[in-house]
Design a protein around this ligand. Structure first.
Ligand code: ADP
Ligand code: MG
Ligand code: MG
Length: 202
C-alpha cells in the first residue's frame, strides 16, 4: 500500500531532482523553446514542497491535488497547467483514501495523462511530455508495482523525442528545426517518474 507519506516523499524527490536538473532542462528548452523550462519547474516544485510543509495534506489524493494547484498557480509556462492537470486529475481519482494500491495509482495516473492530452491536444509522437508520460502509464497498467520499469519506459520515451518534429507547444514554431533535440517536457516527465521509483526505495 502507498500511504500519504509515500506521496509526500515522491513530490519531495521530484523537487530535488528538478532543482538538480534545472540547468539541463533550461538548456534543452533553449534549443527549441524559450529557455525557461528549468526555472519554471524549479519555481513550481519549490512552491509544492513549501505547501506540503505548510498544509500537511492528509491523504495521497490531497497531496496530489495540493501539488497540482501549486504548479498551476506558480509556473508561468505551458508546463504548469499541464503538470498541474496531471496531478490534479490523478489526485481526484484517488479521492480521500488514506492508502492506495499501486494499481489504483496506475489507474489515477492514466486519468491524469488522459487529462493532459485533453487540455493540450497533443498525442504521442508530437514531441511533448506525453512521449514520456504515455509509455510510463502503459508500463504501469501492465505491471503496477514495477515503478522502475515505468521509469525506464519514460526515459526511453524522452530519448525517442530527439528525432521527432514538434507539433505542439513553442517548439512546433520551429517546424523541422525542432528535429534533433530532446524535448524538455518529456525530459522532466522522465525525472518525475524516476522519482516515483526512488520514493519506493527510500
Ligand atoms: P513554455 O513553452 O510555455 O515556455 P515550458 O518551457 O515550461 O513552457 O514547457 C515546455 C514543455 O511543455 C515542452 O517541452 C512540452 O513537453 C510541453 N508542452 C508544450 N505544449 C504542450 C501540449 N500542448 N501538450 C503537451 N505538452 C506540451
Ligand atoms: Mg519554455
Ligand atoms: Mg515560457
Amino acid at each position: 500500500m502507498l500511504d500519504t507519506d509515500f506521496f509526500r516523499r515522491w513530490l519531495t524527490l521530484c523537487a530535488g531532482s528538478v532543482e538538480r536538473e534545472a540547468p539541463r532542462l533550461t538548456e534543452l528548452d533553449a534549443a527549441i523553446g524559450d529557455a525557461d523550462h528549468g526555472a519554471n519547474l524549479r519555481r513550481g516544485f519549490a512552491a509544492v514542497t513549501a505547501a506540503l510543509d505548510r498544509d500537511a495534506p492528509g491523504s495521497p489524493g490531497a497531496v496530489l491535488l495540493l501539488a497540482g494547484r501549486q504548479l498551476i498557480a506558480t509556473v508561468g509556462g505551458a508546463s504548469g497547467p499541464l503538470y498541474g492537470t496531471l496531478l490534479r486529475s490523478a489526485g481526484k481519482a484517488l479521492g480521500d483514501a488514506p492508502e492506495v494500491t499501486p494499481a489504483e495509482l496506475a489507474a489515477a495516473l492514466r486519468e491524469g495523462v488522459t487529462a493532459v492530452a485533453g487540455l493540450g491536444g497533443a498525442r504521442p509522437g508530437d514531441k511533448t511530455m506525453l512521449d514520456a508520460l504515455e509509455p510510463a502509464v502503459v508500463a504501469l497498467a501492465g505491471a503496477p508495482e514495477a515503478f522502475g520499469r515505468a521509469a525506464a519506459a519514460a526515459a526511453e520515451g524522452a530519448l525517442a523525442t530527439v528525432p521527432m518534429r514538434a507539433r505542439k507547444g513553442r517548439a512546433s514554431y520551429l517546424g523541422e528545426r525542432s528535429m534533433g533535440h530532446q524535448d524538455p517536457g518529456a525530459t522532466s516527465s522522465a525525472l518525475l517518474v524516476a522519482a516515483l521509483a526512488e520514493a519506493e526505495r527510500t
